[in-house]
Structures are given as structure tokens and as C-alpha cells.
Write a protein that binds this ligand. Structure first.
Ligand SMILES: NC(=O)c1ccc[n+]([C@@H]2O[C@H](COP(=O)([O-])OP(=O)(O)OC[C@H]3O[C@@H](n4cnc5c(N)ncnc54)[C@H](OP(=O)(O)O)[C@@H]3O)[C@@H](O)[C@H]2O)c1
Length: 272
């Protein structure tokens, strides 16, 4: 997909939250690149940026063909702090630029200063594209009122069981791509009867159906796995299409099921 700043983003990226730092993350990233993934999603908070960087360096695919995302964590929000945090992430990744740098969480009182820093980092060439994560429509409106530069993406929890249609429509209207995190519902609905029934009808796995649903709804999907077989399975989603009627049945799975953190009802450790 082409982002609102003209750069392209691959529609499937490997998630790495809860991928254990060290060899587990290193191997998952190398396996994914060998499978054909060109997009890796990490974050300062995942503690595995250096393993991602090592795998990127050791892979036979050139850095320029890969798309690396990392994120600014809450305790580093603020203008000076964000500049320093980005430089440190770059050092851990062993890269001289980040393809996409995100504000991980819409931290109240800090997010606007952080956004100002991301604009500066982009102008300095340290980040190609800049975006946000876990932003509500209100958070995005606030940013739009204060700045000329809008995020290229908003990375949020998104799957048929948490179909945030209003947010998707708002982001589409502003040319902000939704990156669907926890697109596999954090593996909490793989056996759900209606999903299993659709997957049998399509002769595809539940994971493949969920990823394909996100792509067909116009989003980037970020499935996480550290298992080589599942990494391959999750990328085998480009040779089939879900019909309109089955897409509608998937839309109807919505039950506002939040597996991760809900910015509308944030956990105490991530104050907004
Ligand atoms: N910005 C944010 O605040 C935020 C928050 C959450 C997530 N994210 C990003 O989004 C990525 C994905 O989200 P997520 O990690 O929460 O969950 P997810 O991708 O929805 O699900 C991951 C879980 O599904 C399992 N799994 C993977 N492929 C499978 C398959 N084909 N069949 C059955 N089980 C499978 C994984 O286990 P195995 O690893 O053992 O295969 C893991 O337990 C994260 O890794 C992170 O990069 C961002």
C-alpha cells in the first residue's frame, strides 16, 4: 500500500511482541525474511530490537528491501526524550534509518511534544515515515488541529471480533492506514465455531482467513509467530480471495472483544 507521504508499506508484517529476546526473535525474523516477509514490527518496549537488527543484518535480503517499524515507549515521550530514544533504537537495530517510527501510546500531556520530535526526526532523515499507535479518533483530531503533518498509519487492535468500523472509516477519510495488531485475536478465537466453519468452506486455516479479512478491509496486518510453520502459513494469503458474502459473515463476528489494551479504557500502567 502507498502511504500518505508517498512511501510504500508491505501489507503483511511479522509481529514481535512477546517474541522472546535473543535467539527466538532472531530466528523468527530470519525465518520470516526467508519466507518472503519484507516488513518487521518491533518496539522499544518489546526488548528485542537488537535481535531484529541482527537478523536483518545476517539475512541475504538487503536492508533497502526491508521495512522496519519500531516505536517510542511511554517513558521516553516528550521532545528531547523522543529524539534520544529514536537514536538509541537506531543503534540497537544497527540501522541508519527506521522505515516507520510510531508513538506507541497516546500519552496525555506528552503526545504533542513527541509528535513534534517525530517530525524533526523525519526531517533529519532518521525516520522515513512517522505514525501513531493506539490513537482514538479524538486523539487524531487533536493532532490534526495542531500539526500540518498527519500520521501515515494508526496501529491499533483490529480483527473481526473487534471491528472498529468508525475508526477505520475516519482513518480512510484522512488517508491514514490502519495497521491491524493482534490480527489473530492473540490466538484466543482460533476454535470459534463460526470462524472454523468459514475456514472449512474456504479450505484455509482460521489464521489465514483473519489475515485475509484485514487485507481485504484495506488494512496492513501484523501477525506474530515464532513458529516457522505458522510464519509460512500466515504469509500464504495472497493466492485467494474471500467473497463479499463471507466478508460480511466475518464482519458480523464483532463482539467488541479487546485482547490487548483499550485506549478508551486504559490500564493503569499506561496512563493517558
Ligand atoms: N502497538 C501496540 O500497542 C501493539 C499491541 C499489540 C500487538 N502489536 C503488534 O502486533 C503484533 C501481533 O499482535 P499479537 O502478538 O498481540 O497477536 P496475534 O498476532 O493476533 O497472535 C499471536 C499469537 O497467535 C499464535 N499464532 C500465530 N500464528 C498462528 C497460527 N497460524 N495458528 C495458530 N496460532 C498462531 C502465536 O503463537 P506462536 O508465536 O507460538 O506461533 C501467538 O500466541 C505484535 O506482535 C506486535 O508486533 C502492537
Amino acid at each position: 500500500m502507498t502511504m500518505n507521504d508517498g512511501y510504500k508499506i508491505p501489507v503483511v508484517g511479522l509481529g514481535t511482541w512477546k517474541s522472546e529476546p535473543g535467539e527466538t526473535t532472531y530466528k523468527a525474523v530470519l525465518d520470516s525474511i526467508n519466507t518472503g516477509y519484507r516488513h518487521i514490527d518491533t518496539a522499544r518496549a518489546y526488548d528485542n530490537e537488537s535481535d531484529v537488527g541482527r537478523a536483518v543484518k545476517d539475512s541475504e535480503t538487503g536492508r533497502k528491501e526491508l521495512f522496519i517499524t519500531t516505536k517510542l515507549w511511554n517513558k521516553h515521550q516528550g521532545y528531547d526524550e523522543a529524539i534520544e530514544a529514536c537514536e538509541k533504537s537506531l543503534a540497537r537495530l544497527g540501522c541508519d534509518y527506521i522505515d516507520l517510527y510510531l508513538i506507541h501510546w497516546p500519552l496525555k500531556g506528552k503526545r504533542n511534544d513527541s509528535w513534534k520530535a517525530l517530525i524533526e526526526l523525519q526531517q533529519r532523515g532518521l525516520c522515513r515515515s512517522i505514525g501513531v499507535s493506539n490513537f482514538t479518533i479524538d486523539n487524531l483530531v487533536e493532532l490534526e488541529e495542531k500539526f500540518d503533518i498527519l500520521p501515515v498509519v494508526n496501529q491499533v487492535e483490529f480483527h473481526p471480533y473487534y471491528y472498529q468500523k468508525e475508526l477505520l472509516e475516519y482513518c480512510n477519510s484522512k488517508n491514514i492506514i490502519i495497521e491491524a495488531y493482534s490480527p489473530l485475536v492473540h490466538a484466543k478465537r482460533m476454535d470459534e465455531a463460526r470462524l472454523v466453519s468459514i475456514s472449512k468452506e474456504m479450505s484455509k486455516t482460521p489464521a489465514q482467513i483473519l489475515i485475509r479479512w484485514a487485507i481485504q478491509r484495506g488494512m496492513v496486518a501484523l501477525p506474530k509467530s515464532v513458529n516457522e510453520g505458522r510464519i509460512i502459513e500466515n504469509f500464504s494469503v495472497f493466492d485467494f480471495e474471500i467473497s463479499d458474502s463471507l466478508m460480511k459473515r466475518l464482519d458480523d463476528l464483532n463482539e467488541l472483544f479487546v485482547t490487548c489494551w483499550d485506549p478508551h479504557n486504559p490500564p493503569s500502567y499506561a496512563p493517558v
